[in-house]
Design a protein. Structure first.
Length: 140
């Protein structure tokens, strides 16, 4: 299996809390940044989703904090899609320090919403297959 998609982020001082640690809410921003970076790398923009009348939705997100992150540290945020049957998919992500230590694990459940019907599409893979230039980034 190939390495998951990854983006590098530098922890900025204003993202830290009173203890000097990366604020817990910022992990969500890093995970979202990695997901949208993957979509962009695959050739899918927000405009392409809207043109198709659909949009990605987050249904559940879980974060497991493993190690502290401090201002100035560089981290790699990974992103790997996992497919099952039905209307949803999982996205597994790790926030890794430059030495490889896992600082956090993020697991998300998502779907693709039909913006007119306001319901999840039956098989989100169909939308990705239609819109993506690089299906390999989604494991398809």
């Amino acid at each position: 299996m190939s390495e998951p998609f990854s983006v590098r982020v530098t922890v900025r001082g204003y993202e830290t809390d009173v203890q000097g640690h990366l604020n817990q809410a910022v992990y969500l921003n890093y995970a979202e940044h990695a997901r949208w970076s993957l979509l962009q790398a695959a050739g899918i923009s927000q405009a392409r989703f809207l043109g198709r009348g659909v949009g990605p939705v987050a249904l559940e997100t879980t974060i497991r904090y493993r190690r502290e992150l401090l201002a100035g540290e560089e981290v790699d945020v990974t992103c790997a899609f996992e497919w099952g049957e039905g209307k949803t998919f999982r996205i597994r992500q790790e926030v890794r320090k430059s030495d490889g230590t896992v600082a956090a694990e993020v697991t998300a459940v998502g779907g693709i919403m039909d913006l007119k019907a306001r319901k999840l599409v039956a098989d989100p893979r169909d939308v990705f297959k239609e819109l993506a230039a690089d299906l390999g980034l989604f494991g398809l």
